[in-house]
Design a protein around this ligand. Structure first.
Ligand code: PMP
Length: 409
């Protein structure tokens, strides 16, 4: 049970990098949608693994091989519990959200898509949830359909009802928009798709860190997220999948660890989860991700959510009156992100000027070029929050934006 009270100043001390300075200014890290910082528990876990447990898994009968295998299996159990998956067999370790989605698009897509089938995406998807589907669409003759957004950058649910049809085979949708912070009503959206027999995938890259994910409650077939956005290491990610569907999917990659028997005449494959984990995995990364999930698990999720929502609303309030600002985060249901532009200042210049003040934000299209097109801009400046951010940091952000505006006036 979570039993640590959530106090942001105490939490900050768990993240060594937050005490560092940037250009002689206190670091104000507001680029969490791109990647989060790591608590000492994760850094220590990586060090401990490489100092005491490191070996390859499933191969050596020696002591270290057993320790590494145990660490890897335990990590899978921790992730399964975090997602409320029925079985840890449903949890596949990947390199990140991108690889998880590519795995589904390639493996599920090859087995299930034919000419004329429809793949339903939304206008706010990250390129990682667009391009893999385009690749498989080209190979199979399937067609991509897109659920549009309204002028608050929320999904147009009437259009969704119209688009969901007898040819729809898969719906792939983000939980939270990484560019704008729009929080999609994915449970209702998934229920409608499931009622039509449509397979569903949730891109949880931004959802899992802010809201967690209960895959049984969501009733999705696939859920993907990245370790590095949830306070864990880079190079590790998760694909959760419906067991029956995954058991009928062909392997994604071939190699060691995913086979039962290999001969030049015929090779047979292992079951879940090994079938989808060819080659030596990121063992330390898995252990580090488990440490991140355990770190988060000591707090009540509702406290983290309340803290992050308060930060977002405070930021919107602080920023909205700045001369020349346009805010793109307008959805009623939103979390984690504020996207904006300043009249007469390119988003990259805003980010460069803010960096001089020690404030780290992201500028660009955020790997959502189609969404930027609907907004009518090539880029935005994006500030994104994590559990360790504070209102004082938002004050610093607001002051730095005002400075940027004055410089370009
Ligand atoms: N989807 C969303 C919504 C994201 O925010 C990101 C990362 N910005 C990705 C997918 C891709 O994640 P990764 O690069 O960790 O694979």
């Amino acid at each position: 049970m979570p039993d640590t009270p959530f106090e942001v100043e105490v939490v900050r001390r768990d993240f060594p990098i937050l005490a560092t300075q940037v250009r002689e200014k206190k670091l104000c890290y507001l680029d969490n949608a791109a990647s989060t910082q790591k608590p000492r528990a994760v850094i220590d876990r990586l060090q401990e693994f490489y100092s005491r447990e490191n070996a390859n898994i499933h191969r050596g009968v020696h002591h270290l091989g057993e320790l590494a295998t145990d660490a890897y299996h335990d990590a899978r159990k921790t992730v399964a519990k975090f997602l409320n998956a029925k079985s840890d067999k449903q949890v596949i370790f990947t390199r990140g959200t991108t690889e998880s989605i590519n795995l589904v698009a390639t493996s599920w897509g090859r087995a299930n898509l034919q000419k004329g089938d429809q793949i339903l995406l939304t206008a706010m998807e990250h390129h990682a949830n667009i391009v893999p589907w385009q690749l498989i669409a080209e190979q199979t003759g399937a067609v991509i359909k897109v659920i549009p957004t309204n002028d608050r950058a929320e999904l147009d649910l009437d259009a969704y009802d119209q688009l969901l049809g007898e040819h729809t085979r898969i719906l792939a949708i983000c939980h939270i928009s990484n560019s704008l912070g729009t929080l999609n009503p994915i449970k209702e959206i998934i229920a409608k798709a499931k009622a039509m027999g449509v397979t569903t995938l949730v891109d949880g890259a931004q959802g899992a860190p802010h809201l967690g994910a209960d895959v049984q409650d969501l009733n999705c077939d696939f859920y993907a997220f990245s370790g590095h956005k949830i306070y864990g290491p880079t190079g590790i990610g998760i694909l959760y999948g419906n067991q029956e569907i995954m058991e009928n999917m062909p392997p994604y990659q071939g190699g060691g660890d995913m086979i039962q028997r290999v001969s030049f005449e015929k090779t047979t494959y292992k079951g879940l989860p090994e079938r989808f984990e060819a080659g030596t995995p990121n063992i330390a990364g898995a252990a580090g991700l488990a440490a991140a999930i355990k770190y988060l698990g000591q707090f009540n999720q509702a406290d983290i959510k309340a803290h992050e929502s308060a930060l977002l609303e405070y930021a919107l309030g602080q920023l909205e009156d700045i001369d020349g600002i346009t805010l793109y985060t307008k959805a009623v249901a939103r979390t984690g992100v504020v996207s904006f532009n300043l009249e007469g200042v390119h988003a990259h210049d805003i980010a460069t000027i803010l960096d001089r003040e020690g404030v780290a934000i992201r500028a660009g299209n955020h790997c959502t070029q189609p969404l930027m097109k609907t907004l009518g801009v090539p880029a935005t400046a994006r500030t994104s929050f994590a559990l360790y951010n504070t209102k004082e940091e938002i004050d610093t952000l607001a002051a730095s934006i005002i400075k940027a505006r004055q410089l370009f006036k």
